[in-house]
Each structure stands twice: as structure tokens, then as C-alpha cells.
Design a protein around this ligand. Structure first.
Ligand code: DC
Length: 227
């Protein structure tokens, strides 16, 4: 749902990075620790791809997808995503949905259609958002910008564990291959490519626990506020 226009004085922490880096978990825990709102922007791309499949809109029909995206009845509540009032979290978390999201995310008109919807999540007392272009495009004035990554092998292991825990089938080799392809597509596109922006701090998490990564972001946030 659209909320009131966002207020630029409300602080934003932008956490960008590649698939399966753990940025979603870290962003959510940082938001919880600070009492901030949380935006999982990847879920918006995933729900849009799912809605397109339901509506029979082809994943390369840019104008059709942009129009569909503008009309989406989308809500987030207590960690669940609702499309037209129905929970769709389980339907959008699989690898197929991720691939479809990555394909439509390359289309500039679709990205433009989702821009204001994402900015509307900027609500008091603050927002932690994760994605690919949170710091570069959606919230360029974010107070803290983090580029969170890990080696492809470590990310494939994390995704494998996550999928098995959720009861999905998974194959580690296929996941690694898929992640590399998704990284290449997300990084090569001309619209808001996946890349560390010059003003983002790098958080390399291959050898960090989730708690250590969360603590590092909180430390940077404290430094930002006292600077
Ligand atoms: O973070 P995720 O794996 O749920 O994102 C799914 C896809 O959506 C990802 O492959 C690229 C795209 N995406 C994007 O282009 N920009 C964002 N801000 C978030 C996700």
C-alpha cells in the first residue's frame, strides 16, 4: 500500500549486495535493534514477477510489466508479503522466482514504476532497506550505505541451508552456478547494476557470523551519528 510521501529527514540505512549474501537477515536484525522499519526490495521484484506469471504477462513485456507493477496491491506485515490480500511469501522465495525477478529487474520502465513504492517505506523513526540499488538510486541520500557481500561459494552454501530448512529441494552445485549467472546478469544490466558505489562501505562477510555482521553495521551507524 502507498503511504504518505516520505520525509527526507527520516534516516535510511541502505544495505546492497549480491544474492544470498545474507544482507536480508542482517538488514532485518539491524532494523529490529534500532526499532526501524525494514524494506526487502527484492521481495517487491519477486512479487511482481509472480503477479506477471499469474496475469499472463511475459517477463520481457516491459510496458505490460510496468503497468502491472503500478497497480499491484502489495503489503508487508510481520515478515509476510501479501499480494491482493493473500500471503505469497512461500511462492516467491524459491530459486525460480529469484531468476524471474532478476530478469524483470533489468527493465528500466519496470524499475521506474517501482521507485516511489519503495520510497514510501521511508517512515519514522527510520528505515533499513536491502537490495541492489538502495544506496545508488532509491535512497541516494541514505545516512549509511553498506555493500554486503561474501564469496560465491559461501553464498551458495548459505542459500542451500536456507532452502533445505524451508523444506525446498536444493543442489549445491546448481545453486552456485545459478548464483554466478544471477550476479552476472544483475551486474551487467545498464539500469541500476549491482555494484558497490563509491560512498558505500564494504562488509565482507565470508568469515563473519550474522551477529558479527549486524554488530559491524550498528557500530558504523553509531559512528555516523556521532560524526
Ligand atoms: O535480493 P533478492 O535475491 O530477493 O532479489 C531478487 C532479484 O531482484 C535480484 O536477482 C535482482 C532484483 N533486485 C533488484 O534488481 N534491485 C533490488 N533493489 C532488489 C532486487
Amino acid at each position: 500500500m502507498f503511504r504518505s510521501p516520505s520525509d527526507l529527514s527520516i534516516p535510511v540505512i541502505a544495505i546492497d549486495g549480491p544474492s544470498a549474501s545474507g544482507k536480508g537477515t542482517v538488514a532485518m536484525l539491524v532494523a529490529q535493534a534500532l526499532g526501524f522499519h525494514y524494506l526487502d526490495s527484492g521481495a517487491i521484484y519477486r512479487v511482481t514477477a509472480h503477479a506477471a506469471a499469474m496475469a499472463g504477462v511475459a517477463l520481457d513485456h516491459e510496458a505490460g510489466l510496468a503497468s502491472l507493477a503500478r497497480g499491484l496491491q502489495l503489503e508487508f506485515d510481520a515478515g509476510e508479503v501479501f499480494l491482493n490480500g493473500k500471503p505469497v511469501g512461500d511462492l516467491i522465495r524459491g530459486e525460480e522466482a529469484g531468476r524471474a525477478a532478476s530478469r524483470i529487474a533489468a527493465l528500466p520502465a519496470l524499475r521506474a514504476a517501482l521507485l516511489e513504492r519503495q520510497r514510501a517505506f521511508r517512515q519514522a523513526p527510520g528505515l533499513v532497506s536491502d537490495g541492489r540499488d538502495m544506496g545508488s538510486v532509491v535512497f541516494p541520500d541514505a545516512a549509511l550505505k553498506v555493500f554486503l557481500t561474501a564469496s560465491a561459494e559461501e553464498r551458495a552454501k548459505r542459500r542451500y541451508k536456507q532452502l533445505i530448512e524451508k523444506g525446498f529441494d536444493a543442489n549445491l552445485g546448481a545453486l552456485l552456478q545459478d548464483l554466478k549467472e544471477r550476479d552476472a546478469r544483475d551486474a551487467a544490466r545498464s539500469a541500476a547494476p549491482l555494484q558497490q558505489s563509491a560512498d558505500a562501505v564494504l562488509l565482507e562477510t565470508t568469515h563473519l557470523t550474522i551477529q558479527q555482521a549486524v554488530q559491524q553495521v550498528l557500530d558504523w551507524w553509531r559512528d555516523c551519528k556521532t560524526a
